[in-house]
Design a protein around this ligand. Structure first.
Ligand SMILES: [Zn+2]
Length: 368
């Protein structure tokens, strides 16, 4: 049994570190292709350009479409080659970062993740998740190396809408339950081996940190202040979740969350929100989860405003036969649903989604 643990080479987190980006990029390269969208380049272009210049790094801007699709990768690669960039920076959300990884890998450049939101665990991981031009999940690539640098400015993160931080909690909360599920069958994680003790413990720490500090962090983020709770939750959403999911394993929650993108109505929701409903389903599918633990997790999700019902991921009026069809998709051969140690049939998954929706409604009603 081969165990594999992978991680970024450097992780930097704190207030104001974005204004010092040049200091961290300069050791990686002298010509930096920055992958960002128009809103992000407008908001952060000036301090980033200033700091890079101070440290002798040339900024080459690449404004992407907002989607991480293969056409955008091709354009990014062409620009990187034409400009002879030696480092690629993904600055913004998970899609800018994943695109930057794919471009850097294609040309052999160094890579830096600079998230402006803490909505998912893309920044630390070696994976690029692809979507079609119209936003359907299309699978992923696992690169042989992780980002050279992950730079997280916590003041930038709390200045963004709180929905992103909460979405990251949804993604991060899945990490432990999926890691535990995958490890029971000693499944191979995305990193290419079975989970190490390190990966399992980081995944557990991720879940525990969110349950303990998530509610406080959400309140503080709404006030745009960086507190110890906010710092811990950002680290959980970004670093712990990334290391945990990638080196310990994934299971039904992500199969459901990713798969929901086939429905137009579910597309406006974030990755973290979709996998959150996936987690409620997974907790109703896996009878190793004790009832009290299931309730604690769902109640936490209700407290921070994560989706716990079908309606909260846009598909409250889905017909039973449509839900069954989804369950069949999520259970197709090769799906990560089969990382569970027990057999998962479409009927099991259908039943768990119905049960999850009912549980979500009942806990929301109790919370008032
Ligand atoms: Zn995820």
């Amino acid at each position: 049994m081969i165990k594999v643990f992978i991680a970024p080479r450097r992780y930097v987190q704190g207030v104001g570190v974005l204004s010092d980006i040049g200091k961290y990029i300069a050791p990686l390269g002298k010509r930096a292709l920055v992958v960002w969208g128009p809103v992000v380049s407008e908001a952060f272009g000036e301090p980033v350009a200033k700091s890079l210049k101070e440290h002798g790094v040339e900024l080459i801007s690449f404004r992407f479409s907002g989607e991480c699709d293969r056409g955008q990768v091709k354009l990014g690669v062409e620009k990187t080659k034409a400009e002879q960039a030696d480092v690629v920076i993904g600055l913004g959300g998970g899609k800018a970062i994943d695109l930057a990884k794919a471009v850097a890998m294609a040309v052999g450049a160094r890579m830096a993740s600079v998230p402006t939101i803490a909505s998912n665990d893309a920044p630390t991981s070696a994976a690029t998740v692809y979507y079609s031009e119209d936003g359907n999940f299309e699978g992923w690539d696992i690169w042989p190396v992780n980002p050279d640098l992950v730079l997280v400015d916590t003041q930038v993160i709390v200045n963004a809408p709180v929905r992103w931080l909460v979405s990251g909690m949804g993604d991060g909360l899945c990490t432990w339950y999926e890691a535990e599920a995958a490890f029971k069958g000693r499944r191979t994680a995305l990193a290419g081996g079975v989970a190490t003790m390190a990966a399992l413990n980081l995944a557990k720490l991720c879940g525990d940190t969110l349950l303990e500090y998530g509610v406080d962090a959400k309140r503080d983020c709404e006030l745009h202040v960086v507190t110890p709770a906010v710092e811990k939750v950002i680290e959980a959403n970004t670093l712990l979740s990334g290391l945990g999911f990638e080196s310990a394993g994934v299971a039904a929650a992500h199969a459901i969350g990713n798969g929901l993108t086939v429905l137009e109505a579910a597309k406006p929701y974030t990755h973290g929100e979709r996998v959150a409903f996936g987690l409620v389903t997974q907790l109703c599918l896996d009878d190793d989860i004790l009832p009290d633990e299931r309730l604690d997790v769902v109640d936490f999700m209700v407290d921070v405003g994560l989706p716990v019902t079908l309606a909260e991921v846009g598909i409250g009026d889905i017909k039973p036969e449509e839900l069954m069809h989804l369950a069949e998709l999520f259970c197709a051969p090769g799906q990560i649903t089969h990382n569970h140690v027990f057999t998962v049939t479409p009927f099991d998954l259908y039943s768990a989604m119905v049960a999850a929706d009912a549980l979500g409604h009942s806990r929301k009603a109790l919370a008032g």
